[in-house]
Each structure stands twice: as C-alpha cells, then as structure tokens.
Design a protein around this ligand. Structure first.
Ligand code: OGA
Ligand code: MN
Length: 210
C-alpha cells in the first residue's frame, strides 16, 4: 500500500472510530510551503469577511467571528494540487465508510492578530449538506505563545474541550461537521488555514456552494 493509501485509510478509520482525525505532515511539506507562500502573498483585498449561517440567516457578526476568507482557486497550481489531494480523501472516505460525499468546498482563512472564531457547530443535523469538515494549517513554527488553538468539544453541554490543537503547518484536522462544537482562540500572530467541507446531496435541493 502506498503512503497516501495508508494515510487515507487511517483518516477513515479514525473518523469511523472517534468522529475525528488529526494528521501531522498530511501533505508533502513542499506543497504546504507553496500554499503558505500563496496565501501570504495574496493582496489583502481578496480576503472577505466571513458570514455566519446561510440564505436569509446569513449575516456578519464581528463579535462572533473575525477571520477573513478567500475561496480556493483551482487555476493556481498549488491550490489545484491541494484539491486533488482532497478529492483522493473524498473517494477514500466514501470507499471505506460509504458516506456518499459528492463534492468539496474550501477557502483560505486569515486570522489577523487579535482575531478568533467563537464556539460553533459547522452543521446542524438535517439542515446542511456539509458532513465532514477539514482544516489544514499552514503556519510554520507556531508556538504556544502565539495562541490561536482550535478547541474541540465532545458535545453542546461540555464546558471543557477534549482536544486543543495548534495550527502548525502540515497538520490536517478532519471531523464530522455536526458532531463537534469548536472554537478558534485568539491568535497573537497571523494565522492561516484552509477550511473545507465535504458535502452530500440532500434529498431535495442541494445548497449552492459557499
Ligand atoms: C471554520 C473553523 C477552524 C480553524 O472555518 O468553521 O472552525 O482552526 N475553522 O481554522
Ligand atoms: Mn468551524
């Protein structure tokens, strides 16, 4: 089995057993560096404030969420490579867990110093096509003093996270979107990641991407 096949199998196994997976150096380091290079040289204007909710409920709330986002562009070679890798992950998860994931949407996220994303769920059962969340981190040499951890909670009631993770370059976090409330704690330096969602087709309509 190739390294990539083993990795895909391990992610699917972790997802099935515990609902989430964490992988260090998930992608080739060179690709991680290229993505970091891209995201840090984009002109600031392409980053937009991110919203909360969809359709009528979609609104901006700076008290809640202060990252700025830029949807991935498959015309850029590094971003295209990232999407190829995520397509392999989509197929790997479907083959092993029969989840029927049919597409993937993803954006760069920039948390400037002093910004955060308060505790939230990415999807509510029966209300979203987003089924599996991925977050891929791009920040070289992140230290504890830089803050910006993601904290994962077992359920809505839990007050203490069961897991906190620094946004270290190369780390990939994958989790069931409707299962784990999570938050991004205040970052003390620029924090870059790629957040993405594998989606299923709903019985009725499919949410438009984004
Ligand atoms: C999100 C999110 C987490 C992170 O974009 O929904 O929770 O660590 N991101 O960037
Ligand atoms: Mn989230």
């Amino acid at each position: 089995m190739s390294r990539e096949d083993k990795l895909l199998q391990s992610i699917a196994e972790q997802l099935a057993n515990q609902g989430y997976a964490i992988i260090n150096h998930a992608l080739p380091d060179e690709l991680t560096q290229q993505l970091y290079q891209r995201v840090t040289t984009l002109v600031p204007e392409v980053f937009k404030p991110a919203g909360i909710g969809r359709y009528q409920a979609h609104h901006l709330d700076e008290d809640y969420r202060r990252d700025r986002i830029h949807w991935l562009d498959a015309n850029d070679p590094a971003q295209a490579d990232y999407l190829v890798w995520m397509e392999a992950l989509r197929q790997g998860i479907n083959q092993q867990l029969f989840m029927g994931l049919f597409d993937y949407e993803s954006h760069f996220a920039h948390y400037a110093p002093g910004t955060f994303y308060k505790r939230h769920l990415d999807a509510f059962k029966g209300e979203s096509n987003r089924v599996v969340t991925t977050v891929f981190y791009l920040n070289p040499a992140w230290c504890e003093a830089d803050g910006g951890e993601i904290a994962l909670y077992a359920d809505e009631q839990q007050e203490q996270p069961f897991k906190t993770l620094y946004p270290q370059a190369g780390t990939l976090l994958v989790f069931l979107s409707d299962q784990f409330p999570h938050e991004v704690r205040c970052a003390k330096r620029d924090r870059y990641s790629i957040a993405g969602w594998f989606r299923v087709k709903a019985l009725g309509a499919v949410d438009p991407p984004r």
